[in-house]
Write a protein that binds this ligand. Structure first.
Ligand SMILES: *[C@@H]1O[C@H](CO)[C@@H](O)[C@H](O)[C@H]1NC(C)=O
Ligand SMILES: *[C@@H]1O[C@H](CO)[C@@H](O)[C@H](O)[C@H]1NC(C)=O
Ligand SMILES: *[C@@H]1O[C@H](CO)[C@@H](O)[C@H](O)[C@H]1NC(C)=O
Ligand SMILES: *[C@@H]1O[C@H](CO)[C@@H](O)[C@H](O)[C@H]1NC(C)=O
Ligand SMILES: *[C@@H]1O[C@H](CO)[C@@H](O)[C@H](O)[C@H]1NC(C)=O
Ligand SMILES: *[C@@H]1O[C@H](CO)[C@@H](O)[C@H](O)[C@H]1NC(C)=O
Ligand SMILES: *[C@@H]1O[C@H](CO)[C@@H](O)[C@H](O)[C@H]1NC(C)=O
Ligand SMILES: *[C@@H]1O[C@H](CO)[C@@H](O)[C@H](O)[C@H]1NC(C)=O
Length: 499
């Protein structure tokens, strides 16, 4: 099998625990919130699409792990409750935008077990999607929910597609393994979000006749050990398409189009085409995040994050691909390759390729997974934005996205008042998650009830947290309001001026 040619010890798509020997990347701190997100360095060299940047960094600094939203100036906009997250993104549920992110245990060998939060545009958790039941996790520890970190994709029918890795046994003699070999089956599940009921499930191993094990490029582990199962497939994306599902099987360098009964309609292999005759520049390997566009009965366009690497020593430039498939003649042709020759990236695990507006010829945002860098390409293939949120190969964000997002939190703005000297204070103000304010008004009074009786100062918002210094005389209470024109006015709680 081809995999035997690979000597890589990097058996997994996710690698954690690369603890910095003293984190050197700068992390922000705030007075009003305990958050310590990584600084997001942003360089703009063209016209990026409008929107915010969504990442879930982790791996270096525990306080920086959460679902994070930044603006394109690099200021934090939102930090979720502390958690190890992945796939932080905006999707549509029942016709409304929702923020979804996976939250759970990430195992160092490339799997996760957890659940998916679904928040509305006030950050109220309206649904929590879970998968209890019949799964044996790689670490053997039973859990209340087994949703894997790799996918949490909503469908137009208001279901969520999620992946799960199940340790089981299979006959591996066809690939030189044991008859009772240990393997991680790649499964995916379609869950009705409103009821959390499973409406469809699929297992790669159950389709071994259509997806033989010898498609895998993943080396068999040494020995036959339940604690070290062969990750033959490594499913990492699932999306609903007209006739069923489109899945990415990383270790087989393949996209499979499945019929709605789970049978295989066709396979696109990044290693020579599979069921397609592939034109130039259609190969891909160790890929992530395959999405479908412009589907008709006779054609479909796929976006692919082509890692092209499976370990830090394999320095082959990572690319974003957009491939056109002709389903009549079964040909694949390259429509776009997204890569910056002057700033090559080598992403050996994780990553995403987001066609930002849904237009295959429009801007594309590549999150380089293990390498903490995001590049946005315009329709001509020029890099128009690059952003970084950590030392290369220290933290990682499984995927990174850009979305337009408008949110008004259900909580009030936060304010902290510090006394500099008698009657002279610094006021710190923030409103975690709020997108629609640009101004702070600072009020004072001599009682809680009258804390906003006198307008003292109005200042422009500066990023996540705004500081204003002012002289307040003998006023004993401060209250602030986040504002935007006549539209938004939201008060903080009144706070006592410290003596
Ligand atoms: C995380 O935050 C807590 C509380 O804010 C702080 O005490 C701790 O030092 C932080 N940890 C790191 C690694 O910075
Ligand atoms: C997971 O594997 C176990 C065997 O280890 C099996 O009993 C169980 O049915 C499998 N679950 C699924 C969903 O295939
Ligand atoms: C892969 O396995 C299938 C089914 O076991 C077999 O028909 C096929 O010949 C094998 N291909 C190669 C290249 O070994
Ligand atoms: C694509 O992969 C096939 C199968 O390994 C190989 O024969 C072909 O040379 C590759 N094409 C390119 C352009 O690398
Ligand atoms: C932004 O540009 C500066 C100066 O050229 C460079 O040092 C930095 O690495 C760049 N950052 C990103 C994220 O591209
Ligand atoms: C208020 O305190 C700040 C910080 O100590 C100081 O810089 C500023 O000059 C003071 N303003 C007045 C009017 O005393
Ligand atoms: C003062 O704040 C309260 C909310 O805390 C608000 O109901 C009231 O209208 C405010 N008063 C003024 C004068 O803005
Ligand atoms: C606060 O100061 C104002 C004006 O300087 C004064 O009229 C008022 O009596 C003072 N109030 C108190 C409680 O000291």
């Amino acid at each position: 099998m081809a995999s035997s040619l690979l000597s890589s010890i990097w058996a997994a798509a996710i690698f954690l625990g690369l603890q910095a020997a003293g984190a050197s990347w700068p992390y922000n701190t705030y007075v009003t919130e305990p958050f310590q997100p990584p600084q997001l360095g942003v360089n703009v060299s063209g016209t990026p699409a409008p929107g915010y940047i969504f990442v879930g960094p982790r791996g270096e600094q525990p306080n920086g792990t959460a679902a994070l939203i930044y603006d394109q100036d690099g200021s934090l906009v939102y930090q979720s409750p502390g958690a190890v997250t992945s796939n932080v993104n905006v999707q549509t549920l029942f016709g409304k935008p929702v923020l979804t992110y996976w939250d759970g245990d990430m195992l160092t060998i490339g799997f996760g077990y957890g659940l998916v939060h679904v928040l509305d545009d006030t950050y109220n958790e309206i649904y929590t999607v879970t998968l209890p039941g019949d799964i044996i996790p790689v670490d053997g520890s039973p859990r209340a929910s087994y949703i894997d970190l790799h996918e949490s994709q909503l469908t137009p029918r208001n279901t969520m597609l999620v992946t799960a890795y199940n340790v089981t046994q299979a006959d591996l003699t066809s690939v030189g393994g044991a008859e009772d070999g240990w393997i991680t089956d790649s499964t995916f599940w379609e869950i009705d979000v409103a009821t959390n009921q499973v409406v469809f499930s699929w297992s790669a191993l159950a389709h071994i006749d259509e997806i033989p094990l010898n498609y895998s490029h993943q080396p068999l582990p040494v020995g036959n050990d339940r604690n070290n199962p062969w990750d033959a497939y490594h499913i990492n994306s699932v999306v609903a398409v007209d006739d069923g599902y489109l899945i990415s099987i990383r270790h087989m360098f393949s996209a499979f189009y499945l019929n709605s009964d789970g049978s295989v309609k066709w396979r696109l292999s990044g290693n020579g085409g599979g069921d397609f005759q592939a034109g130039p520049n259609c190969n891909f390997s160790w890929q992530h995040h395959i999405r479908a566009f412009e589907e008709t009965p006779t054609s479909i366009t796929l976006s692919i994050f082509n890692n092209n690497n499976n370990g830090p020593s394999q320095r082959v430039p990572t690319t974003g691909l957009v491939l056109d498939l002709d389903l009549l003649f079964m040909t694949a042709s390259n429509r776009r390759t997204l890569a910056d020759a002057s700033y090559p990236m080598y992403s050996w695990s994780q990553g995403s390729n987001q066609l930002v507006s849904g237009d295959p010829d429009g801007n594309a945002l590549l999150d380089y997974g293990s390498t903490t860098v995001i590049h946005e390409f315009d329709s001509s293939g020029n890099t128009v934005l690059s952003a970084q949120f950590g030392e290369i190969n220290q933290p990682a964000s499984y995927r990174g996205y850009k979305y337009q997002w408008s949110a008004t939190p259900f909580w009030d703005p936060a304010v902290v008042v510090r006394s500099n000297s008698a009657g002279n204070v610094s006021v710190y103000m923030s409103w975690n998650g709020a997108t629609d304010y640009d101004t702070w008004s600072i009020y004072g009074g001599s009682s809680v009830a009258a804390a906003n009786s006198t307008l003292l100062k109005t200042v422009a918002r500066t990023g996540f947290e705004t500081r204003a210094d002012l002289v307040i005389g003998n006023l004993t209470y401060i209250q602030v309001a986040a504002e935007k024109g006549a539209g938004t006015r939201r008060y903080s709680m009144p706070v006592a001026v410290p003596s």
